[in-house]
Design a protein around this ligand. Sequence first.
Ligand SMILES: Cc1ncc(COP(=O)(O)O)c(C=O)c1O
Length: 384
Amino acid sequence: MSEKDLRFNSLTIHGGQQHEEATGAVMPPIFQTSTYAQSHPGGHKGFEYSRTQNPTRMALENSIASIEGAGYGLAFGSGLAAIDAVIKMLEPGDEVISTNDLYGGTYRLFMQIFSKYGIKFHFTGMAESETVAALVNENTKLIWVETPTNPMMNIIDIEAMAKVAKDAGALLVVDNTFATPYLQRPIELGADIVMHSATKYLAGHSDVVLGLLAVKDKEVADRLYFIQNSSGAVCGPMDSFLTLRGIKTLHVRVQRHCENGKAIAEYLREHPQVESVYWPGFDSHPNHDIARRQMKDFGGMVSFRLKGDKLEDAVAVVSKLKVFTLAESLGGVESLAGHPASMTHASIPVEERLKTGVTDGLVRLSVGIEDVDDLIADLEQALS
Ligand SMILES: Cc1ncc(COP(=O)(O)O)c(C=O)c1O
């Protein structure tokens, strides 16, 4: 059976993988080497230096390309290093249109690093494609989408954004960290590049920091391989191995994250201390129809706002949790809670974060795969 006949739940395990030639090892060895012997100058076996290529990293790069339905994969030392490589394709004077509801670190990279090199960033809500199209001009080179958004769980219509990008002659990049390719495959919906903080669901065990890109076309991939090698923000073989191992169970983990996420969202919606719950699976969610269309399920990320919207109440709740750990990050097997205003989104100016709904009383949960009754009992004691 060739790889193109395999379904997603088989691709997570086999996509882009081969048994190792020398020994038949079923799992890719951790090639902990910086360099490779040459019989004469240029006489090598396809590997020269591990910044440029490493067999363990390559196994991971092939895996992400396979599960995203892309032509090419690239791995980096962090999600932000992957984003950094994408923006380095641009020239001074080029413009990017980005969702205004995005991860704070991405915003900081855009505004505090790349702005000073003459790249211009526009931030806008992306609920209506006309709003995005109105910002397009001859300098627009990239449209940056994060969906579901962090932490407000808005859903952006990827197909609609792909059309705006195509009309503008720009590339569409989708940060697929929250959804993972189990729930949503942006390249099939028209994206050119898919970006991941693999630190989250793909690696899945909160034990590695790593970034990935999946790229549709060779021309774009070649530009990115050049940047990957020239700037050098690559990941090591051990972290590549851990991420690849995580990807092999992605489908079973995310399925359970979705089941638990739904149960928690429904529990919170009924809770008297909770003002509103942000989870795209609710019929009442403003983008529920798009979520149904472009996602297979609704994920394990749930945000909620406490009645009164007070900082001290949100801080008290997250500090009382015992099964949920108060910590940055998301997407691991264990449940985490965060207070976006003071943690993940502290680098976004207050007026900007308030515009998108990141108020002081907002709590974000990364619902893990523990027994859901234990998670609900923990929320119950923390909210009481
Ligand atoms: C949606 C999203 N994109 C990108 C990143 C950055 O990834 P990393 O922390 O691996 O650099 C994060 C990190 O939290 C994220 O949540």
